[in-house]
Ligand binder design. Structure first.
Ligand code: ACO
Length: 326
């Protein structure tokens, strides 16, 4: 084995659509503001009773089917999420059970929007040891459950969804060529969910003060996001011995169309080479790059032999990039 190959991908988006016009009736906002400032027109919302593991399970089943392997051949499951079904057990364990896989190693990765790339890097490293045969990397989020629907500065941005990929050892040219991950805890107060952890355990007071919802200083995150995604992209390309011209398509995290355009400019990349789906789904945190990866493959925008890159940033702050030959 010399590379870890992505052998199958899948995604799942909940049926319910929440449009900007519907949001106009919920908070003081407008379709015009949301479209102009973010590029988002609509987002998906999970049904009542539907949990993160349910979305992850549906995306995983599709990825396993695309990989053409028996589900029992998976011996490692990593789920990236900031909206787990419960604080514990890991959502990866719940997905394992739903898939009916017996005793595969399973754990969660929490790196916010960079979660899928972080989980890919972890799975790649673990497969390269030779201790595991096939890994399932899932990114699943139900951000609508941690969104403050009274806060117009955040509630227009997020959506629910899941994506998954099966990774297996390969011997050819295809596979993960390089990854780059970084973080800065000094910026942890720019994007966070204050209560429900050991610092502010759930109490009547935390609920009354709406501390179980995401908080974000969007403006400050914006500037760092563009800079760190560009650095991550360059670093991953450099490690792979490639240039930007070698990329068939880039799947960036979809937090804001203006961020994506600023990134394209910084990378000196035509927008035609950047995959954009924010208009339909909003920001699905870790699931965004996973869904994007599945969509570029299913739509034929990239196929076997093409070099693609995933690049993201998110709460932590965290950032990362993965350069992959399909
Ligand atoms: N509708 C109408 N007006 C609004 C809305 C809204 N939904 N939201 C904010 N505004 C108003 C503000 O109150 C402000 O009004 P004021 O000038 O009278 O004070 C004005 O619009 C401008 O607000 P800004 O916050 O400066 O707007 P900005 O252009 O920065 O856009 C946004 C805000 C969309 C949040 C942007 O900053 C952004 O996308 N930031 C990055 C977000 C991000 O990438 N997060 C990380 C990933 S998420 C994760 O890791 C889970």
């Amino acid at each position: 084995m010399n590379r870890v190959k992505i052998t199958g991908t899948g995604s799942f988006l909940p049926e319910k659509i929440l449009t900007n016009s519907q949001l106009e009736k919920m908070v003081e906002t407008s379709d015009e503001w949301i479209t102009k400032r973010t590029g988002i027109k609509q987002r998906r919302i999970a049904a009542d009773g539907e949990a993160t593991s349910d979305l992850g399970f549906r995306a995983s089943r599709q990825a396993v089917s695309a990989a053409g392997i028996d589900v029992q051949d998976i011996d490692l499951i990593i789920c990236a999420t900031i909206t787990p079904d419960m604080v514990f057990p890991a959502t990866a364990c719940l997905i394992q059970d739903k898939l009916g896989i017996k005793e595969a190693a399973a754990f969660d990765v929490e790196a916010a929007c960079t979660g899928f790339i972080s989980a890919l890097a972890a799975a790649e490293g673990m497969l390269l040891t030779g201790n595991y045969r096939n890994a399932l990397v899932v990114a699943s989020e139900i951000l609508s459950r941690v969104t403050d629907w009274e806060d117009r500065s955040t509630c227009v941005l997020f959506g629910d969804g899941a994506g998954a990929a099966v990774l297996s050892p390969g011997t050819g040219e295809s596979g993960i060529l390089s990854t780059h991950l970084g973080a800065s805890g000094a910026y942890s107060d720019l994007l966070y969910l204050p209560a429900g952890g050991s610092l502010n355990p759930a109490s009547h007071e935390t609920v009354d003060n709406r501390l179980h919802y995401m908080r974000m200083e969007g403006n400050k995150v914006f500037k760092i996001a563009v800079q760190k995604m560009a650095e991550g992209s360059h670093s991953s390309l450099e490690k792979a011995g490639l240039g930007i011209e070698d990329l068939k398509i880039v799947v960036p995290h979809q937090a804001n169309l203006r961020i994506i355009k600023a990134l394209a400019k910084k990378l000196d990349l035509d927008m035609e080479k950047i995959y954009v789906n924010i208009v339909k789904y909003g920001n699905m945190s870790a699931a965004t790059t996973a869904v994007g990866l599945d969509e570029i493959i299913r739509k034929g925008l990239a196929s076997e032999g093409d070099i693609i890159q995933l690049v993201a940033f998110g709460g932590g702050l965290t950032w990362g990039a993965a350069t992959v030959r399909l």
